[in-house]
Design a protein around this ligand. Structure first.
Ligand code: NGQ
Ligand code: ZN
Length: 434
């Protein structure tokens, strides 16, 4: 007997529909019918679960610990020193506990799937664990416990700067050669869906990037790019090209690629990115928190999705609000992210980020037959207004229930493991090493 859910309104790929019955079989949406009489379990408003296309779950452990001024001026790079210190202090149990908590919060915040851009591979002294993919196994275990759909994006990291500079000692947990990386990647493919992630142009050479593209084939390929202005300056000094320019000239960027951040891009780089069909992975809260700059979204016509990245705050609504507000502050206009067809700004951003996020993770998104039954139920009567209020106006979350592959994980806004996981997480946070 397939599971049946009834919603007064549902956001379908074609827009809002009323009185919608969704049936679920084997975790996938089996049927979607609009305009039907209520039956079975009834809810107010169904949204497709939002993909979180970029997360470093372990960084949730330092949320709130990097917001005091240091002795020198603070920057992305001083934040990174603190983040590295934390990364060096975590054992496998810690990594799993922190990831579980981050994933629980993602589900409570409206994300149903996550691309975990995972680069803590080795022991704190830099040696391989007996199982080279030990920490990927822990991430997969955390995702299974929390019940979030996982795309593991094991990261290849080999250098500390452009032109193949040797890695720094504090990067020792990240470092692999191509053979070691291929081993981790193959293991990841047995744990969950997976993609390939060259960390950044700072961390890979051109030859390594080409090998990684080969390994990925048609699987998702994610890379950090053009986030900080110092990175643009270093890339120009090294190659005479800006990072996105360099990437598009030297790699076969296609629609399985996700360019994470792409903050520092000029109009010609944006147009060239659109032509390749790649997704831009925007992480508006982290980009604001780290002082990256503002992605010129008004001038970009291609697919995008959202990521919680450093996990300093985990919420679909707050990512979308930051995205729209950063554009308003930059352009001095309003409703910048709305579309001609979808004029409600929150709804337009939501639909676009669901589609772009699913593309980036290589999954099906949206409430449609054959897609995973990943659904977020909001309270409210008027669906556009409810989604708008969640994104722009609400002090408390209107999320009631969240299903992943048809299984309800959040009820009344609360994840089934929230209390237990929160306690375990707070114990890890007492670690004096960070
Ligand atoms: C990361 N995070 O890998 O976690 C990066 C910082 C780097 C963000 N860029 C480190 N948000 O880019 O070198
Ligand atoms: Zn990142």
């Amino acid at each position: 007997m397939p599971q049946e859910l009834f919603f007064r309104h549902a956001l379908l790929p074609t827009g809002w529909a009323a009185r919608v019955r969704i049936t679920v079989a084997d975790g996938l949406i089996a049927t979607v019918q609009a305009g039907v009489a209520p039956s079975g379990e009834q809810h107010a408003i169904a949204l497709p679960g939002m993909p979180n296309l970029h997360s470093h779950s372990f960084q949730r452990a330092i949320a709130g610990l990097t917001e005091c001024r240091g002795s020198q001026g603070d920057s992305f790079w001083t934040w990174r020193d603190i983040m590295y210190r934390c990364g060096l202090a975590l054992d496998p149990d810690d990594v799993e506990a922190i990831a579980t908590q981050a994933f629980v919060e993602m589900l409570e915040g409206g994300f149903c799937s996550v691309g975990e851009f995972h680069y803590l591979h080795h022991a704190p002294n830099g040696e391989r664990y007996t199982d080279i993919a030990e920490l990927s196994v822990r991430i997969a275990a955390a995702a299974a416990a929390a019940g979030i759909d996982l795309t593991l994006l094991p990261v290849f990291y080999a250098h500390s700067g452009f032109g193949g500079a040797p890695p720094a000692p504090e990067q020792r947990r990240f470092i692999n050669d191509l053979d070691g990386y291929a081993e981790i990647y193959q293991r990841c493919r047995t744990l969950s869906s997976a993609g390939v992630a060259p960390h950044s142009l700072r961390a890979v050479t051109q030859a390594e990037l080409a090998a990684l593209v080969e390994i990925a084939g048609a699987a998702p390929l994610h890379i950090h790019i053009a986030e900080q202005s110092a990175e643009v300056a270093a890339c120009l000094a090294w190659s005479g090209l800006r990072p996105v320019q360099w990437l598009l000239q030297h790699a076969d960027v296609a629609n399985n690629w996700c360019l994470v951040h792409a903050t520092q891009t000029d109009p010609s780089e944006l147009a060239a990115t659109v032509a390749r069909g790649a997704v831009v992975g925007l992480c508006p809260i982290t980009e604001a928190n780290l002082g990256d700059g503002i992605f010129p979204a008004r001038d970009y016509a291609g697919p995008f999705g959202i990521g919680s990245d450093s996990n300093v705050l985990i919420s679909v609504a707050e990512e979308l609000r930051m995205l729209e507000y950063s554009q308003r502050l930059r352009t001095r206009e309003r409703n910048v992210m709305a579309g001609d067809a979808t004029r409600a700004t929150a709804t337009a951003m939501y639909q676009n980020a669901v589609a772009g996020g699913a593309q980036a993770l290589g999954t099906r998104g949206g409430i449609s037959v054959g897609a995973p039954a990943n659904i977020v139920a909001l309270a409210g009567d008027d669906p556009d207004l409810a989604l708008t209020q969640w994104v722009f106006c609400a002090r408390t979350s209107p999320i009631e229930d969240v299903w992943v592959r048809g299984r309800r994980r959040v009820t009344g806004g609360r994840h089934e493991l929230a209390e237990w996981s929160g306690r375990r997480f707070e114990k890890v946070r007492k670690n004096p090493l960070f």
